[in-house]
Design a protein around this ligand. Structure first.
Ligand SMILES: [Zn+2]
Length: 486
């Protein structure tokens, strides 16, 4: 039987506000444990929360970027549960009245066409603290430590809509996560660094026989540390569910964990054990009224979205749309390109060199472009030298490698390494004399009208000079000597 897969994400995104959601503690990552805490974010009696205005702005920004409608009145609710990383015994979240609802995110669907994935809601809530368990797992340890630095950091929760344009495959799931992360970075609400827990997701997954309308029981998978784990967990879970139904087994509504070592999902708790959070409006916080002018202001001050950047790069700099799409995958790369483009005449060569040569070096060094030792000025100088034919592509690559290592300018590296190009007519003539003499047979073939060996002779000149001869000029000079080709 054929099955349809229904995938639905809940994404948690840590906002990059300076301070926490309800107090003025810093949100800086990596500070010593419990150094960024106060009575509010550690839940001391009598402490009162005060809402961070910036976090609301970022939430509305995320809503507008994903075509949500913004609720005029919103409010916070208490989600009650008990866990040592939650000092108040409840988390301040949003329940019935989130800031944003009913949006969509456009991805490329499995059939290659644009597909608008439904988003049910985006709301704001506070993060919990972090438990630190004994580092030595062999040693019996009867305690764990808790770090409240993360307690109260603002989180966006973005919930996809399983009833409206859901995701059908692992491939669509990946596109959705990548696009979401890209947009959140573009609108500058979060760095979405997965390793620092700034972009985390839980996923619901169910299958149903193709053509049926009712949903099958769904499994929720938690605890996935990377994009790869999410994709592996989905692959595994789809196969497991199909196999279960094929063998007339039953799929239970349950929460499962992904075992990072065995690469399988394992049951964690069934629906019956699901906690009842007893939500109720938080009496310490007033409702928030959002008026049209405020939404308009956010819309007007919204940074450029990825598709807009693609349009700008193709229109302003005339580069191919596929190159532009690759460059905008990471905002910092698009920014690097734009910074270089101001100094470059051949912007198409510029984009090719970023995509082919610079990416290669960055990948090899596992370095983000923000830390790239080559400045846009130096990179454009190099591209200009290559596109004017002053140096060959090969020498250009050698120079770029050195620039990447030392951060030096192309001119000084060309000087130091003796890579100065040979443009001098007399010198080039002498070189041509030499190679024609050494390859007299080839030279006579050319004299008889054969064009192909010309490349061979130029190749010999390049070889003799370790690529320093100006090939364009050498070719011109050679043509002049050969009446057939002048
Ligand atoms: Zn605090």
């Amino acid at each position: 039987m054929d099955y349809e897969t229904i995938i639905c994400f809940e994404i948690h995104v840590e906002l990059n506000t300076e301070t926490k959601l309800f107090c003025r503690c810093s949100t800086r990552y990596g500070a010593p444990p419990n150094s960024q805490v106060c009575p509010i974010c550690t839940g001391q009696p009598g402490a009162l929360p005060v809402l961070n205005r910036k976090a609301v702005e970022y939430c509305v920004r995320a809503g507008k970027a994903t075509h949500c409608s913004i609720n005029r009145t919103s409010g916070f609710a208490r989600k009650n549960y008990f866990y040592p990383d939650l000092p108040k015994g409840y988390q301040i979240s949003q329940y019935e009245r989130p800031f944003c609802e009913k949006g969509y995110l456009e991805i490329t669907g499995d059939d290659g066409n644009p597909y608008a994935v439904g988003i049910r809601r985006i709301h704001l809530e506070e993060d919990a603290g972090k438990l630190v368990h004994s580092a030595n797992s062999f040693e019996e340890s009867d305690y764990s430590l808790v770090d409240y630095n993360r307690s109260g950091v603002p989180l966006l929760e973005i919930v996809a809509d399983h009833t409206r344009n859901h995701l059908h495959s692992v491939h669509e799931a990946r596109s959705y996560l990548e696009k979401m992360r890209q947009i959140l970075r573009y609108i500058e609400v979060s760095d979405c660094t997965i390793e620092q827990g700034q972009f985390r997701c839980d996923v619901n997954i169910s299958i149903r026989p193709k053509g049926t309308q009712s949903f099958g029981n769904r499994a929720e998978i938690k605890n996935m540390a990377s994009f790869k784990s999410i994709m592996d967990a989905l692959e595994y879970e789809i196969k497991r569910q199909v196999k279960t139904l094929e063998s007339r087994g039953q799929i239970f509504q349950e929460t499962r964990l992904f075992d990072e070592e065995k690469r399988v999902t394992v049951p964690m708790r069934s629906k019956e054990d699901a906690p009842d959070y007893r939500y109720f409006p938080d009496p310490d916080l007033v409702d928030i009224e959002i008026d049209e002018a405020y939404v308009q202001h956010i819309q007007n001050s919204m940074p450029e979205l990825p598709e807009e950047t693609v349009n700008r790069l193709t229109e302003e700099f005339g580069i191919p749309i596929n190159d532009a799409r690759i460059l905008v995958k990471d905002k910092s790369i698009a920014d690097f390109f734009a910074a270089c483009a101001g100094y470059c005449e051949d912007t198409e060569k510029l984009s090719r060199w970023i995509i082919k040569e610079l990416f290669k070096l960055l990948n090899e060094a596992s370095m983000p472009i923000q830390k790239c030792p080559v400045s846009p000025e130096a990179f454009s100088q190099l591209i200009n030298s290559v596109s004017k034919g002053e140096i060959t592509d090969n020498i250009g690559r050698t120079v770029l490698e050195e620039m990447f290592k030392t951060g030096g300018s192309p001119d000084s590296i060309i000087d130091e390494r003796g890579l100065t190009p040979i443009h001098d007519t007399n010198a080039l003539e002498r070189l041509l004399d030499e190679v024609m003499e050494e390859n007299s047979q080839v030279a006579s073939q050319i004299n008889q009208g054969m064009a192909k060996p010309i490349d061979f002779l130029i190749g010999q000149v390049m070889k003799k000079t370790q690529g320093r001869a100006n090939p364009k000029k050498a070719r011109e000079l050679l043509h002049k000597r050969l009446p057939h080709f002048s």
